[in-house]
Design a protein around this ligand. Structure first.
Ligand SMILES: CC(=O)CC(=O)SCCNC(=O)CCNC(=O)[C@H](O)C(C)(C)COP(=O)(O)OP(=O)(O)OC[C@H]1O[C@@H](n2cnc3c(N)ncnc32)[C@H](O)[C@@H]1OP(=O)(O)O
Ligand SMILES: NC(=O)C1=CN([C@@H]2O[C@H](COP(=O)(O)OP(=O)(O)OC[C@H]3O[C@@H](n4cnc5c(N)ncnc54)[C@H](OP(=O)(O)O)[C@@H]3O)[C@@H](O)[C@H]2O)C=CC1
Length: 283
């Protein structure tokens, strides 16, 4: 099966990054969100990153223009009728995602593959609301998408081998490395990463150390590129909380309980870098 047109649903930090790498790889791309202003914000962030790549000599002006020509803003979900592959990257909420997958199943052509960039939610459950569970798959990109090499590919219970192979080939064409996992809460990446971040938040909550000290210890002591609290702010504290809730509910194990401080910050609207305030303040 040949993939020519990709539609990305959700023009937030992940959706815009995914649209960027798809357009750079030569795919025709719709970047879709509910409102024009969100789509334009996503496109502007792509333009900024491409301009930086040109300035640094990593991309020619011609390649930048070609990439931008491949990108089409969308606020009409009906554009899904043109897509061979749809990658959903909206908020980490099962009801919102299943609502979108039901709509996409009605609109997208029969051959189209429906992928989710979910961080933790069961692919099998998302697939079950469609009439094509064999064509539903997890395509979990890492943040920041243009930089990180991994795409964790999650097979739902009914995902077909041929769909897996197409997604593996698309991932390679995006210049990323696909790694296959089965469908369990948090997959591999967030089953391991998020409890570490949650533990760092507990350490702060219990007054063991200041945020800067916690981050410095993990950076200098463990060679992590970012400390866990900086990384949580970067991912989004809402997303971190939803992932911990999925792990706790999915495994029925309180070892995954989200730290109360994380809940408190999310309730306050302190979602990290994207809102200007989290464990740190951003201008
Ligand atoms: C939650 C989930 O479900 C899964 C996840 O994604 S978990 C999160 C996974 N991601 C991580 O763990 C990221 C950890 N952090 C890092 O790897 C690094 O800090 C980083 C790559 C983000 C930045 O690297 P750095 O060396 O500290 O900073 P910096 O020198 O400014 O950036 C390095 C390069 O990345 C690029 N970059 C940095 N931030 C970027 C962003 N948000 N978007 C695009 N490119 C970015 C820069 O342009 C720079 O490239 P050039 O030098 O070619 O211009
Ligand atoms: N942040 C991270 O590091 C990573 C996140 N992910 C996953 O990617 C997904 C998106 O996360 P992220 O990009 O960080 O989140 P953001 O909050 O940055 O973006 C989500 C976007 O989806 C839009 N949206 C919400 N509902 C709908 C809808 N019904 N139809 C169309 N668009 C909608 C939002 O619009 P509005 O602003 O109006 O709500 C927003 O623009 C989540 O599932 C997350 O778990 C995966 C890997 C890493």
């Amino acid at each position: 099966m040949t993939i020519n047109t990709i539609m990305v649903i959700g023009a937030g930090q992940m959706g815009s990054g995914i649209a960027q790498v798809c357009a750079m790889a030569g795919y025709n791309v719709f970047l879709h969100d509910l409102q024009e202003e969100f789509v334009q914000k996503g496109i502007q962030s792509i333009e900024k990153l491409l301009a930086r790549a040109v300035d640094k000599g990593r991309m020619t002006e011609e390649d930048r223009d070609d990439t931008l020509r491949q990108l089409h803003p969308s606020t009409s979900i009906q554009n899904a009728a043109e897509a061979d592959l749809i990658i959903e990257a909206v908020v980490e909420n099962m009801d919102v995602k299943t609502g979108i997958f039901k709509m996409l199943d009605d609109i997208a052509p029969k051959h189209a593959i429906l992928a989710s960039n979910t961080s933790s939610l069961p692919i099998t459950e998302i697939a079950a609301v469609t009439n094509r569970p064999e064509k539903v798959i997890g395509m979990h990109f890492m943040n920041p998408v243009p930089v990180m090499k991994l795409v964790e590919i999650i097979r739902g219970l009914q995902t077909s081998d041929s769909v897996y192979e197409v997604i593996e080939a698309v991932t390679t064409k995006l210049n990323k490395v696909p790694v296959e996992v089965n469908d369990f809460p948090g997959f591999i990446s967030n089953r391991i990463l998020m409890p570490m971040i949650n533990e760092a938040i507990f350490a702060l909550y219990e007054g063991v150390a200041e945020p800067e000290a916690i981050d410095e210890i993990m950076k200098l002591g463990m060679n992590h590129p970012m400390g866990p609290l900086t990384l949580a702010d970067f991912i989004g504290l809402d997303t971190c909380l939803y992932i911990m809730e999925t792990l706790q509910e999915g495994f029925g194990d309180d070892k995954y309980r989200p730290c109360p401080l994380l809940r408190k910050y999310v309730k306050a609207g302190w979602l990290g870098k994207k809102t200007g305030k989290g464990f740190y303040t951003y201008s």
